[in-house]
Design a binder for this molecule. Sequence first.
Ligand SMILES: C[S@@+](CC[C@H](N)C(=O)[O-])C[C@H]1O[C@@H](n2cnc3c(N)ncnc32)[C@H](O)[C@@H]1O
Length: 250
Amino acid sequence: MWFGMVSLFPEVFKALSDYGVTGRAVDRGVIELDYFNPRDFALDKQHTVDDKPYGGGPGMLMKVQPMRDAINAARQVRELSRVVYLSPCGQRLDQEELKKLAEFDDLILVSGRYEGVDERLLKQEVDLEISIGDYVISGGELAAMVLVDGLTRLLPGVVGDKESVERDSFFHGLLDYPQYTRPAEIKEYAEAGDVPPVLLSGNHLEIARWRHKQALGKTYERRPDLLTQYNPGEKEKKLLEEYLEEKSLN
Ligand SMILES: C[S@@+](CC[C@H](N)C(=O)[O-])C[C@H]1O[C@@H](n2cnc3c(N)ncnc32)[C@H](O)[C@@H]1O
């Protein structure tokens, strides 16, 4: 998957290209990041990319021309790319939206700075606005990195075990179940409880049942909105009842 990153600070994307899952995906050519800095397209000697907002008020806005020319330079590399602007005013990102976006071969991701971007650029050049949550951060780069990382995990062969992505929170609509690793006992953590014996039993059917029950229970407790959307079947409702009974006994 190809990403055209339109940003005033392309160097910050090293966090993506040089580390971990996304870094390996770059090395193996599963994802490709190309950079288009609007400052390189500014026409004056000072490479100006921002100006005061009409109507007054604090802060500066990113001007149309350098942004448009940077987006067009990206389009010259991948003509049919969709253009996504990272914005708190956009559609809130979730796993379902990630799955849809992962179907594209290429995306141009536009990161804003300052107070944002001239509205005419958004109307004319942008296909989709995406928000990473109901809060404001100082620039679109971190949001673009969240998007690229989330998408990269969904691409075939990136995360070694496909099952591990599909078991993650949200993939099938539930939160992840609790997980444990060695050692089986940690004296100082007695209050946090033991590793549930079923996980040490080697009985894979029982382990799968326990995990599904925990995922239903955790989602019920922490994100009832997700559970309503998930719409559990009869067997799952029984599992959830079992979970609640066990909880009240503890
Ligand atoms: C300081 S913000 C501008 C916020 C803008 N004045 C507003 O209130 O909607 C600068 C840039 O950060 C990015 N940004 C901030 N919060 C974001 C969020 N929740 N999701 C995606 N991008 C965000 C956008 O690209 C934005 O242009």
